[in-house]
Ligand binder design. Sequence first.
Ligand code: KG4
Ligand code: ZN
Length: 321
Amino acid sequence: MRVLGIESSCDETAAAVVGPEGVLSDVVYGQAIHAAYGGVVPEIASRAHAEQIVPVVRAALEQAGVERPDAVAATAGPGLIGAVLVGLSFGRAAALGWGVPFMPVNHLEGHLLSPLLDDPAPAFPFLGFVVSGGHTTLYLAQAVGSYQTLAETVDDAVGEAFDKVARMLGLGYPGGPLVDALAESGDPRAVPLPRPRVGDLDMSFAGLKTAVRTRLERFPDTRPADLAASFQEAVADVLVDRIQRASVRTGVERISIGGGVAANSRIRARIAACGLEPFLPPRARCTDNGAMIANVGRLRLLAGLVPGPSNARPRWAVGTP
Ligand code: KG4
Ligand code: ZN
C-alpha cells in the first residue's frame, strides 16, 4: 500500500509517499518568511500553505513515480488551525477524487512512530520521547494506536525554551538549530543552571529559561557559546534522567526520539549513550515532514484501525479519537 502523506500544521508544507519499500519521496517546503517576524505568524503560514500545497504534493508524487496513491493521510492536528485546514482539506478532497481511503493523522503520533521508517526499527513496546516546539512528552508505545503518556512538561516545551534562549542571545528564529551550532564552541560546565524536575517523571522548562535570562542580566559578559552549551547540557540532563526513570518503571529498554529538538546534536549524543537501546531517526525525519504522516496513515490502515473524525483540531491527545 502506497500512501501519500501531507503535513501543514505549522510552518512546513510537506508531502511524501511511503510504501512497503520505505520512503519513496519526501518533499518539505520550509516557510522562511517567518524569520523576519521572529516566530511563526499563523495567517502568513496558512496563506503560504495554500500557495505551496499543489506544487509540493505534485513533486512528492512525481518523485515517487506514483500517479494515484492507494490512500491519503493528512495531519488533522494538533497545530495552527488555519494551517492544518489547508493540508487536511486538500488531502481529503484528493482522496475523494481518487476514490481512495483517507486517514486523518495526529502530528504527534507522526513524530512518535517516525523511527519505524528506519532500519533497524524499534520493536514494540518502546519509549518514545516527542520533543518539539509545542510538546515535550515521553510515551510508552505499545502498538500502533496504543500509547501511554508517562511524562510531560508542566509549562514550556523544550523547543519553545530553545527558541526563547536563542532570542535572548540575539540569534534569530528558529532558535534551536542556532543554539545547537553556537554551543559547539562552548563549555557545557561554564554556567551553573538548574535541572528542574517535577515529581517522579514530569518536567518544567520555564525556570531554566528564566535562569538563563537572570544570568545574562547579572553577568552580561558571559560568553554566549558557554551559555548555549550549558543550557543545552541542562536540557539533556533532564531528558536523560526522565528516560532512565521511565525505563526502570516500565522495564522497557528501547528509546526513540522525535520532534524538532530530537535533531539537536548534544541531545542525540547523550541519549545514544544513556544505557538504553537508542533509535534516533535521521535529523530531517525529526523536524516536520510528510513521511511521518504517510507512515502513520499507512500503519493505521494496515492495522485495520478505523479513521477518526476528519475535522481540524488545535489540540489533540495522542491515541484518542
Ligand atoms: O517538530 P518541529 O519541527 O515542529 C513542531 O511540531 O513544533 O519542532 C520545531 C522545534 C523548534 O522549537 C526548533 O527550534 C526546534 O524544534 N529545533 C531544535 C533543533 N532543530 C529544531 N532544537 C534544538 N536543536 C536543534 N538542532
Ligand atoms: Zn512537529
